[in-house]
Design a protein around this ligand. Structure first.
Ligand code: HEC
Ligand code: HEC
Length: 228
C-alpha cells in the first residue's frame, strides 16, 4: 500500500468511527439480542418489543434508563449494564435501519367464551359476529383516541407526538409506535398508568395513561398495532 493511502486511512480512523465500522459493530452486538428481539429487530414473541425502524435516539435513551435502573425491566437491566455508550450507539444505529414487519389484525377472545367445538353452526356464526362487532368497536375507539384524544378528560391525542403514521419524532426521541406488538403496547401503557415505568422525569405518558381505562388502552394498542 502506498504511504499516502495508509496515512489517509489512519486519519479517517482517528477522526471518528467510519459508518461501515459502526454498521458492523451494531450488527455483531445485535446478534446477542436476537434471541428475544429477532435477528432484524422483529421479535416473534409479542411480549418482546420490536426494535426494527425505531429511532436510534429513543433506543439509546431506553438502554441508558435500563442501565441506570430508571426503567425497571429485570430482563433488560443486566444486558444494558454490559453496554458502553458507544456500543449503545452502534446497536441503536443498527436497529434504526431495519424494516419493521406488519402485524395481523388482532384476534378477539372473550373471557367467558364457550369452546367453539361445543357450538352448533348457528352458535358459531353468532360468536363470530359478536367478535367482529367487538373488534370493530375497539378499532373505532382506538382510532378516535389516537387522532383526537379525549379533551374533556385531558387525554392528549397521540398523533401530536407519535405522528399521523405512528412514526414518532427522532429529534425529540418520541418513539415510533406503528406495527408494534399489541401485547407489548398494552403492557407499556399499563406500566405508565401504574407508575411502574417512569424513566422520564416529567413523564408525559404517565399523565396520559393514568386517565385511560383498560378498555381504551386495549383499543388504542390494537389500532397502533396495525398502523403501517
Ligand atoms: C431475554 C430477552 C431479552 C434480550 C436477550 C434482550 N432484550 Fe431488550 N427487551 C426485553 C424485554 C422483555 C423488553 C421490554 C421491557 C419492558 O417490559 O419494559 C425489552 C425492551 C428493550 C428495549 C426498549 C424498547 C422500547 O420500545 O421501549 C430496547 C431498546 C431493548 N430491549 C434493547 C435490547 C438490546 C440492544 C439487546 C441486546 C444487547 C436486548 N434488548 C436483549 C427482552 C430482551
Ligand atoms: C406530549 C407527547 C406525547 C403524547 C401526546 C403521547 N405520547 Fe406516548 N410517548 C411520549 C414519549 C416522550 C414517550 C417515551 C417515554 C419514555 O421515555 O419512557 C412515549 C412512549 C409511549 C409508548 C411506549 C413505547 C415503547 O416502545 O415502549 C407508548 C405505547 C405510547 N407512548 C403510546 C401513546 C398513546 C397511546 C398516546 C395517546 C393516547 C400517546 N402515547 C400520547 C410522548 C407522547
Amino acid at each position: 500500500m502506498n504511504k499516502k493511502i495508509v496515512m489517509a486511512s489512519m486519519v479517517a480512523l482517528l477522526a471518528g468511527q467510519p459508518a461501515f465500522v459502526q454498521a458492523e459493530k451494531g450488527k455483531e452486538l445485535a446478534a446477542s439480542c436476537a434471541g428475544c428481539h429477532g435477528e432484524t429487530g422483529n421479535s416473534v414473541m409479542s411480549a418482546f418489543p420490536k426494535l426494527a425502524g425505531q429511532h436510534a435516539t429513543y433506543i439509546k435513551q431506553q438502554l441508558l434508563a435500563f442501565k441506570l435502573g430508571a426503567r425497571n425491566a429485570p430482563m433488560m437491566a443486566p444486558l444494558a449494564m454490559g453496554l458502553s455508550e458507544q456500543a449503545m450507539d452502534d446497536v441503536a444505529d443498527f436497529y434504526s435501519k431495519q424494516k419493521i414487519d406488519n402485524n395481523d389484525m388482532p384476534i378477539i377472545e372473550f373471557e367467558d367464551e364457550e369452546d367453539e367445538d361445543d357450538l352448533d353452526d348457528e352458535g358459531k356464526a353468532e360468536l363470530a359476529a359478536k367478535k367482529q362487532t367487538e373488534l370493530d368497536d375497539l378499532m373505532a375507539l382506538g382510532s378516535d383516541l389516537y387522532r383526537n384524544g379525549d379533551l374533556e378528560r385531558e387525554v392528549s391525542a397521540c398523533i401530536a407526538c407519535h405522528g399521523p403514521y405512528g412514526e414518532g419524532n427522532r429529534p425529540a426521541a418520541f418513539p415510533a409506535l406503528r406495527s408494534q406488538h399489541a401485547d407489548y403496547l398494552i403492557k407499556s401503557l399499563t406500566d405508565f398508568k401504574t407508575g411502574s415505568r417512569a424513566d422520564n422525569p416529567d413523564n408525559m405518558m404517565h399523565m396520559i395513561a393514568r386517565k385511560m381505562t383498560d378498555r381504551e388502552i386495549k383499543a388504542v394498542a390494537y389500532h397502533i398495532s396495525i398502523m403501517k
